[in-house]
Design a protein around this ligand. Structure first.
Ligand code: BES
Ligand code: MN
Ligand code: ZN
Length: 499
């Protein structure tokens, strides 16, 4: 889809469709009033007759409105004018897209930019409209033989801004929206690809592709023999049971000062999690193809940073493996030595995420990071605790946690902090090794983070448990691309703070 910005009155737009907000209790927006005036009260007459109430979800499609140059005018109910927030703004955009898709219009001029979203400016509205529109249009068709292309797909979207002064700002917002949306799209595609296609090798090739596209992106891939030399006994103990070789991918985006310490993202890349010898139950096991969504979000956010050529250094590190049962797979009770030298008793082979992350978290010390943020579909317990709305957030550095909470509020891709208290560390005691890989009953998300915290003492670190947010189950099963929006906003805030 092509996105642009433009200033000018709605009745003057020579285009397929003009989109106009209407508020609850039949209240006309400024752009609605302008069309109403041009058409000699046509809109206010319809509204008075009760054709549209203005509630959230209401739509009214009009053709050949008098004294306008457009083919159609689409009125969109936005609810109470003062109640529009990040969530309702998203719903308004979605309703608009669904209605436009069946309208036959291909080129759109939207005046939804005039609605007031609490504490958000015009740039935010444009950027997030793009993300919302692309989200509603997303389909994963690549593996269906009948691709079902829409007959007359939306092609062009113009956001109206008030006056020329807003044009530059609007264009920057379009660039940001499109780059982040492309990153989200990429993360969704990687997530939706099945385990027989999206293997560790595939993720490595996708990461290498990113380096081909941008001169300041460098990707390196470590093989199992390299990891052996580094002493990554914990990571390798997971991939042992699979025919797919493990990879450790590093994607370096360097567009900041050479001396500037990088932001490091570490993404869990389990391309299929069967549980291993601690085999998972059969029902819903297909969804464990999504156990690489942390990795996908790292690739997605790096793609967005590179598209925007942000003046900053960001590194993505992806430990990627497949967790399978096999004659040579790890068994419960096995003890392995991590790269840090700490030993781990594997009491459950299904707690594999932390086993690959801990070695990656030791590995990233070499980058002297400003901060390290890992992103992982780590625990079912996180879904029990927080459901599908926020990601779980745990951190050893409160300023970092606050930055992530704030980026979540701005982007709408939210996280919620859980305590990383030492009190929980006792649950990881092992009689035979330095620690066990599971924490027993209670606080599964926290004990998983406690496990990771033993490998992150040398830097500022945050952990995002995305088990509840990375994909949807049921009829709308599919990857969400989260938390690319959150991570991209975090990086953008960092760039802003450095100015
Ligand atoms: N990938 C799973 C976590 C998961 C499960 C995410 C379901 C989303 C939905 C992870 O590897 C896992 O299996 N965790 C175990 C940990 C347990 C054995 C301590 C879990 O959550 O059951
Ligand atoms: Mn598991
Ligand atoms: Zn897993």
């Amino acid at each position: 889809m092509e996105y642009t910005v433009k200033s000018g009155n709605p009745e003057k737009q020579r285009i397929g469709c003009v989109v106009i907000p209407v508020y609850a209790s039949r209240k006309l927006s400024s752009s609605a009033k302008i069309i109403d005036k041009a058409s000699n009260g046509f809109i206010s007459n319809l509204v008075r007759r009760g054709e549209i109430e203005g509630d959230l979800g209401n739509t009214l499609l009009l053709h050949n409105v008098e004294n306008t140059l457009c083919d159609r005018v689409l009125l969109i109910g936005c609810g109470k004018e003062k109640d529009i927030n990040v969530n309702t703004f998203y719903k308004i955009n979605c309703t608009m897209v669904k209605t436009l898709q069946s309208s036959g219009a291909t080129e759109i001029a939207s005046y939804l930019t005039e609605v007031v979203v609490k504490r958000k400016d015009i740039s935010w509205k444009i950027q997030h409209s793009i993300e919302a529109i692309d989200e509603c249009l997303y389909k994963f068709n690549q593996l269906k033989s009948d691709k079902k292309e829409t007959r007359r797909p939306l092609r062009k979207f113009i956001f109206s801004v008030s006056g020329r002064g807003q044009l530059m700002q609007g264009e920057q917002a379009v660039r940001q929206g499109m780059a982040i949306s492309a990153g989200i799209h990429l993360a969704k595609d990687l997530g939706n690809l099945p385990g027989n296609m999206c293997t560790p090798t595939y993720l490595a090739n996708q990461s290498l592709k990113l380096a081909k596209q941008h001169s300041n992106v460098k990707t390196t891939v470590l093989e199992e023999k390299d990891m052996e030399k580094l002493g990554m006994g914990s990571l390798l103990s997971v991939s042992k049971g699979s025919r797919e070789p493990a990879k450790l991918i590093t994607i370096e985006y360097s567009a900041g000062d050479k001396k500037q310490a990088p932001i490091v993202f570490v993404g869990k890349g389990v391309t299929f999690d069967s549980g291993g010898i601690s085999l998972k139950p059969g029902a819903g096991m297909d969804e464990m193809k999504y156990d690489m969504c942390g990795a996908a979000s790292v690739i997605g956010v790096l793609s967005a940073c590179a598209d925007l050529q942000l003046p900053i250094n960001v590194i993505g590190v992806i430990p990627t493996v497949e967790n399978m049962p096999d004659g040579i797979a790890s068994r419960p009770g096995d003890i392995v030595t991590s790269m840090s030298g700490q030993t781990i008793e594997i009491l459950n082979t299904d707690a594999e995420g932390r086993l690959i992350l801990c070695d990656a978290l030791t590995y990233v010390e070499k980058f002297n990071p400003d901060v390290v943020i890992d992103i992982a579909t780590l625990t079912g317990a996180c879904i029990v605790a927080l459901g599908a709305h926020p990601a779980g957030l745990l951190s050893n550095h409160n300023p970092l946690a606050n930055d992530l909470l704030s980026a979540g509020q701005t982007s709408g891709d939210r996280c919620w902090q859980l305590p990383l208290w030492d009190d929980y560390q006792d649950q990881l005691k092992s009689n035979f090794a330095d620690m066990a890989n599971i924490g027993g009953k209670g606080a599964g998300t926290i004990t998983a983070a406690c496990f990771l915290s033993r490998f992150t003492k040398k830097y500022h670190w945050a952990h995002l448990d995305i088990a509840g947010v990375a994909w949807k189950s049921g009829a709308h099963k599919g990857a969400t691309g989260r938390p690319v929006g959150l991570l991209a906003q975090y990086v953008l805030d960092k760039v802003q703070a450095a100015k």
